[in-house]
Design a protein around this ligand. Structure first.
Ligand SMILES: [Zn+2]
Ligand SMILES: [Zn+2]
Length: 106
């Protein structure tokens, strides 16, 4: 699949990446639109330290579910979706208070 790859700081390239395997509790989204966030701009040049190349860029997107894992309920292939790309643990004090953006284990 086509991806925008930050192969090194200040260098982007369109790269062919393998399709990711879909775990039982995951869905695969065919991205149809993707924004460029301020954190992407600062990650691109390395000034924020929040992107470490090589990394596929883009975390604010919308698209269509391509496939759903066997344990997924409530979503199916063909559903139009967007998502919160924040990965958080759900167990730390910040997560318990609903401040998942501050998670100790992001
Ligand atoms: Zn963002
Ligand atoms: Zn947490």
């Amino acid at each position: 699949m086509k991806s925008l790859l930050l192969s090194e700081y200040s260098h982007l390239e369109v790269a062919d990446m393998p399709f990711p395997a879909v775990a039982p509790d995951e869905v695969l989204v065919r991205v149809e639109a993707c924004g460029i966030c301020g954190s992407d701009a600062h990650g691109y040049d390395g000034s924020s330290g929040r992107r470490i190349p090589p990394i596929v860029m883009g975390h604010e997107a919308a698209g269509t579910i391509e496939s759903a894992g066997s344990a997924v309920r409530g979503f199916a292939a063909g559903d139009r979706v967007t998502f919160d790309s924040t990965v958080y643990c759900g167990a730390c004090a910040f997560c318990a208070s609903g401040d998942v953006n501050l998670c100790d284990n992001r």
